[in-house]
Design a protein around this ligand. Structure first.
Ligand code: NAD
Length: 262
């Protein structure tokens, strides 16, 4: 017998399903957008500017997928409202929201200014909240949906990242709480906490630490049980798993994908 929950989650990923991925212009977000498109979803590629979305949109289309780029700064409420309204108007629905947009502005707390604190909180945590609010309202109306947030292993504590660790730690609580609020409406909410993944964000971190990218990456690799850093595609594969119809009983969780760290 099919329960109401099964019936609603069955349409979460199908040929006509629509995913919105923020921060999809590069890195993990781009890999996720491309993988969801390869799974048959139409993908709304969101990044700071429409220009930032073009490479991902082109890659999806070149592979035969359906994509639309929208420029939207997730730190700006009106921009998020407008982007979601455009997406819903053009596609009629949003089945999967991936809140991947993120930044870091690393500094020891005792040298950190208000702006570095506020910006990191506003993009990572505030952006996740704003997009979840705008898309969550549509998902509640639809009676189904998947919201997938991005936390980080940095939430466990990492010197120089009080702002980032605070935002990423808060995302775990946000995720669990929103899962409780939207669960009765057929919407699951989960987070993924990656370890060290080779993306432009990590390249920029290596540059800040003195420019020796290979040394930074090999040091990071040592802290993982598998002895290497992760790839954006491996994180995208976990997003797809969480987005699947058969994952409807998984909600409120933060899934650590970090190659096994102590
Ligand atoms: P990245 O810097 O390579 O890409 C982030 C993307 O987000 C960029 O395209 C950027 O333009 C976009 N973005 C930033 N601010 C935005 C804003 N205000 N509005 C819209 N888009 C914005 O980063 P990544 O390494 O691919 O990381 C993706 C997510 O995974 C982030 O949330 C990050 O915190 C998280 N994460 C990354 C790692 C890692 O090792 N790479 C580890 C743990 C968590």
């Amino acid at each position: 017998m099919t329960s109401p929950a099964d019936a609603t989650t069955e349409v979460a990923v199908s040929q006509e399903s629509v995913a919105m991925v923020t921060g999809a212009g590069r890195g993990i977000g781009a890999a996720t957008a491309e993988r969801l498109a390869a799974e048959g979803m139409a993908v709304i590629v969101v990044d700071r500017t429409e220009q930032d979305t073009r490479a991902t949109v082109a890659a999806i289309r070149a592979a035969g997928g359906r994509a639309r780029g929208i420029g939207c700064d997730v730190a700006v409420a009106q921009a998020v409202t407008a982007a979601v309204a455009t997406a819903v108007e053009e596609f009629g629905r949003i089945d999967v929201l991936v809140n991947c947009a993120g930044i870091n502005r690393d500094r020891l707390l005792l040298t950190m200014g208000d702006q570095e604190w506020d910006t990191v909180l506003d993009v990572n945590l505030g952006g996740t909240m704003r997009c979840s609010f705008a898309v969550g309202r549509h998902m509640r109306r639809q009676g189904h949906g998947r919201i997938i947030n991005f936390s980080s292993v940095a939430a466990r504590g990492n010197a120089g990242q009080t702002n980032y660790a605070t935002a990423k730690g808060a995302i775990a609580g946000f995720t669990r709480t929103l899962a409780a609020e939207l669960g009765p409406h057929g919407v699951t909410v989960n987070a993924i906490a990656p370890g060290f993944v080779a993306t432009p964000m990590v390249d920029e971190l290596a540059a800040r630490l003195g420019g020796d990218r290979d040394r930074v990456l090999s040091e990071a690799a040592k802290s993982a049980a598998v002895g290497r850093i992760g790839t954006p595609e491996e994180i995208a594969a976990t997003v797809v798993f969480v987005a699947r119809p058969e994952s409807g009983y998984l909600t409120g969780e933060t899934v650590h994908v970090d190659g096994g760290r102590p």
